[in-house]
Structures are given as structure tokens and as C-alpha cells.
Design a protein around this ligand. Structure first.
Ligand code: SAM
Length: 308
């Protein structure tokens, strides 16, 4: 099992997502002889997991069942142990697209935090790209490095425990893309500039408040970045309902039933289509946005570093 390659069968040492329901999942590390307790009873790793196909339905000791899923960056994002605030899949999808990430890309990231974004970057840039990720909190850097080893992606990533605003990314002239999720991104932009390849590349900075965005944009402009734009990704729940509306007579071209007639003279100034009782009503599907827009996590500022 690896986060960048699909395996068919579960082996000892793999990470498996135990799926009890959409709101109830847990990641476990498979160990021969170990057991995991769930509300449906125990799962015995040796007999219930090792050698089984990823995606199987496994019956627990009390008779209830769970699915055992192959890990993906998306499942990891909703199951990882939180050491910090994290980025979620809606923002991550936009970051991946707008940074133009692809297999082979070299990316610099800071801070690593809980590694939510890092896992998605690694899946996209595999098998030949590289992620240089910088985290100044020593335990977070070590924990992330351990997870990358457990998830069999360590060959694709270098974790550096340093302050990106003072010491930069530890690499010069290699990056196709740079991503910042730190409280003062404007202090790291000069280092980001050094990390880029000569041909330039794309930068993204995530900030929860607009004052940070403004400072970042000013520094990006001063440092010669172009195509600066800021996005806010909002989640919108569509509350779909059926409503019945009367059909409207649209004039002689309408081709409606013979009985359908305008009740006013179409040539007259006040002429307008009116609901016609000779027509049937129609049922439409409509969506009203919720009163409050949930889902704001922050602003994504993108920019291009020109060649040179
Ligand atoms: N994007 C990450 C994720 O999806 O899991 C979350 C990043 S978290 C919000 C911010 C991280 O940046 C923290 O772990 C913090 O320790 C680190 N950090 C803040 N300032 C830093 C700096 N100057 N250099 C390196 N890391 C820094």
C-alpha cells in the first residue's frame, strides 16, 4: 500500500481506512496479532485484514460490518490526526489546478502542518516529482516525516525543520510551484523567488484574513510577480425543492392550444405575456442558497513568477 499507488491486497504495515459510515471512519495501521475495537465489535488484523482485498466488507466480532478502504489523500484529509488547522479538499483541488501541478513537478511548501495538503501534492507529482516541505515546529516536522515513511512516499519528499522566513526552503532554482500557509507569507516571498526555476512558475499563498492577503499582494508586486489573483472557495449547499409555476403565453409563435389567447392587445404598449388558464402549469426544480455561507477557510492568492 502507498498513498501514490493502488494495491489490491492488504499487507502487514499498511494503513487502512475503516469505514463505518460517511461520518464515521478511522485510519489504522495493520499489525499481525493486533485487534481494533469498533462499535460493531473487534476487527482481528491477522484474520480479518491481512490478505483481504481493499474495499472488502469485513464482519466484526459482534456481527456488524465495515468496509476496509485503500487510503487516498482525500480520505486522509478527513481522518488525519490534527496537529494544526488543515486545508480541505475543495481548496486543495483549486490549489492543484491553479499551480499547474502534474507528475514530475517540483514543489516547495511551508508550513507542513498536519500534512493534509502535502499528501495531495505527493499523489499529483508522483512518480518523478519532489516536494520540499518546511516546518519550524520540530515535533510537527518529525511527525510528518514519520507519516511520509509509513505511507511509502518518503522518497518523494524532503522535510526541513527550519524557519522559512529566515532560512528559506533549503533549495535554490528547482521549484515549479511554491505554496505558503504561514501567518506572515510576505516574509517568505523573497525566499520563494530564489527557490523557483529560472523559467519561473506559480505561487499560491493561503491566508484566513484579507489584511494578510493585501500585504502578500503588495510584496508579490514589489518582487516582480504577475497575474496576481485571489480566490475564496465557498461551499454552497443546494436546497433543491419542487415548485409549481403557471405557464405563460408567449405570443402567436408559441404554438399552444387554440384556446390560448393574449388577454391584452399584443400591439399595445402595456402588452405583456400573462398566465393563461388554457395551459397546464409546470413543475420546476429550484435551489435556494442557505442564509449563511458555510465553508470559508481562507483566501487563496495565486501569482506567476516570470522567467529570469
Ligand atoms: N497546510 C497545512 C495542512 O494542510 O496540513 C497546514 C499548515 S498549518 C496551518 C501552518 C504551519 O506552519 C504550522 O505547523 C506552523 O508551525 C508552520 N509555520 C508557521 N510559520 C512558519 C515559518 N516561518 N516557517 C516554517 N513553518 C512555519
Amino acid at each position: 500500500m502507498s498513498f501514490v499507488e493502488y494495491s489490491e491486497f492488504i499487507k502487514e504495515g499498511d494503513v487502512v481506512i475503516i469505514f463505518l459510515g460517511h461520518e464515521s471512519m478511522m485510519p489504522i495501521k495493520v499489525e499481525a496479532g493486533a485487534q481494533t475495537q469498533t462499535r460493531y465489535g473487534a476487527i482481528r488484523h491477522s484474520s480479518d485484514l491481512i490478505g483481504r482485498r481493499f474495499g472488502s466488507k469485513v464482519t466484526c466480532s459482534k456481527g456488524g460490518w465495515v468496509y476496509v478502504l485503500h487510503p487516498t489523500p482525500e480520505l486522509w484529509t478527513v481522518n488525519l490526526p490534527h496537529r494544526t488547522q488543515i486545508l480541505y479538499s475543495t481548496d486543495i483541488a483549486n490549489i492543484t489546478l491553479m499551480l499547474d501541478l502534474k507528475p514530475g513537478s517540483v514543489v516547495c511548501e511551508s508550513g507542513t502542518g498536519s500534512g493534509s495538503l502535502s499528501h495531495a501534492i505527493l499523489r499529483t507529482i508522483a512518480p518523478s516529482g519532489h516536494l520540499h516541505t518546511v516546518e519550524f515546529h520540530a515535533q510537527r516536522a518529525e511527525k510528518a516525516a514519520q507519516e511520509f515513511r509509513d505511507h511509502k512516499v518518503a522518497h518523494l519528499v524532503t522535510v526541513r525543520n527550519q524557519d522559512v522566513c529566515k532560512e528559506g526552503f533549503g533549495v535554490v532554482g528547482v521549484a515549479d510551484a511554491v505554496f505558503l500557509d504561514i501567518p506572515s507569507p510576505w516574509e517568505a516571498i523573497v525566499h520563494a523567488k530564489k527557490a523557483f526555476k529560472r523559467k519561473g512558475g506559480r505561487l499560491c499563498s493561503f491566508s484566513p484574513c484579507i489584511e494578510q492577503v493585501q500585504r502578500t499582494c503588495e510584496t508579490l508586486l514589489e518582487q516582480g510577480f504577475g497575474e496576481i489573483c485571489t480566490l475564496e472557495v465557498l461551499q454552497r449547499v443546494h436546497d433543491v425543492r419542487s415548485v409549481t409555476m403557471p405557464l405563460v403565453y408567449l405570443g402567436p409563435e408559441d404554438g399552444g392550444p387554440e384556446s390560448a389567447k393574449m388577454t391584452t392587445d399584443p400591439a399595445a404598449e402595456e402588452a405583456r405575456p400573462v398566465a393563461n388558464p388554457g395551459y397546464q402549469s409546470v413543475t420546476c426544480r429550484t435551489a435556494t442558497p442557505p442564509r449563511e455561507m458555510a465553508g470559508h477557510t481562507g483566501y487563496l492568492t495565486f501569482a506567476t513568477k516570470p522567467r529570469g
